[in-house]
Design a protein around this ligand. Sequence first.
Ligand SMILES: NC(=O)c1ccc[n+]([C@@H]2O[C@H](COP(=O)([O-])OP(=O)(O)OC[C@H]3O[C@@H](n4cnc5c(N)ncnc54)[C@H](OP(=O)(O)O)[C@@H]3O)[C@@H](O)[C@H]2O)c1
Length: 476
Amino acid sequence: MEKADIGLIGLGVMGSNLALNIAEKGHRIAVFNRTAARTDAFVGNAGELAGRIVPCHTIEALAEAIRPPRPIILMVQAGGAVDEQIALLREVLKSDDIIIDAGNANFHDTVRRFAELAPTGLTFIGMGVSGGEEGARHGPSIMVGGTEESWRRVEPVLTAISAKYEGESCAAWLGAGGAGHFVKTIHNGIEYADMQMIAEIYGVLRDGHGLEAKEIAPIFAKWNEGRLNSFLIEITASALAADDAKTGKPVVDIILDRAGQKGTGKWSAVEAQTLGIPATGIEAAVAARVLSSMKKEREAAQAAYGAAATGTLPKPDQAALTDLELALFAGKIAAYAQGFAVMAGASEEFHWELPLPTVAKIWRAGCIIRSQFLGRIAEAFSAGPVSNLLMAPAFVTMMKEAHPALRRVVAQASLAGLPVPALSSALAYFDSYRQARGTSNLIQAQRDFFGAHGFERIDSPGAHHGPWGSGAAKAG
Ligand SMILES: NC(=O)c1ccc[n+]([C@@H]2O[C@H](COP(=O)([O-])OP(=O)(O)OC[C@H]3O[C@@H](n4cnc5c(N)ncnc54)[C@H](OP(=O)(O)O)[C@@H]3O)[C@@H](O)[C@H]2O)c1
């Protein structure tokens, strides 16, 4: 039988769609799934693409079916399953073959796997894939980590299956080792922040202005034609407009207000903290999901404290809607600035030389946070190095226009008792970032007072102590 060009393990949601995408682009692909019935069902449903798919019921058969040097994509549950499959592959693969982990791995695991596989002669690639089921099938955004040489070996197939933005492929090599999975992690963290801020604006419209889902849907649809144009705004408008088949009510009104957080969202907040880069929008979004899951506790707290007064804001006129649109835009700028700052920090720490303009470019299509806005980010980073996206001249102009609206929306929501944790954290980040004289002089005084930690003076170098002496320290 004719050998396959590539192999894939794991025919779940992502793996099966990626395999069809690869087959559709003219590549012969061998597939294996732990549960054999899934492999058979997959090929049975592959239609005319079945002719390019080689079903395998053992790892040995999979290895046999591919033409050396064999590239094999792993699309299984992140964590132990990846290690298990790699252990099995090590038994059947030879030096020069390539294992590509395409799941949402923790980049620390990816770094470890690179080290473990180095002595074997096998090539390893850690690859972030974004775009969900639809992206995997028709063109995801692909973030590759590994050696440049390994990227060159898989570039043709990855470029072929990736999303395209105005003809440009949304697959790229981003750096060594864990670079690809790190960037995917931050992508997901930004996605959390983006989604949370959209939900907060929805909350202001629903609970503050008292609008129904059907009234809110066209507002988002309109915003999708302007500066907020993005996949997430588009699907928000569609979701708000959809009816529940069972009750006839808007679907969003019958969905329980409880969301989970797992893996990449949390990791992005943790990594930001570890690197010492503020990512308050991502942190707020992760925390908001955790709080959302505490439904019973929230109900008890509302009974104890009373609910926020709903519908106290007047029906929004055009000026109020523009404020909400600009507030969301300002929050988005701050959250993306933070996400890119975290990647810049990691790039320095791990010597990846992450190409930030390329990261923004490969997110313009295929992935969940795809938007026009990412094109502006790519332009800003291409124009020359900036310490933070907020300092890129084009973003200074945009933020100057948008932050007063963010301020008004956050203030109004707070006075009405409506939670806007990600938007208010974005505002606090911006206000702290642009404040030349902050308040940590007092923090340093406190630290020196109770712990003799010393402080820097504004008028002479070196470490100094305050006039509080040992008596003051004892008082602490
Ligand atoms: N869904 C998304 O939108 C999305 C987007 C980007 C990235 N990802 C990532 O892509 C990866 C796959 O996600 P998915 O949504 O496709 O998951 P899924 O539909 O739940 O499928 C999981 C796959 O992993 C296999 N598997 C699980 N444990 C295994 C083990 N111990 N040994 C061998 N195979 C095992 C399953 O095989 P069986 O059939 O035998 O159970 C199945 O093929 C994950 O890392 C996920 O985080 C998902």
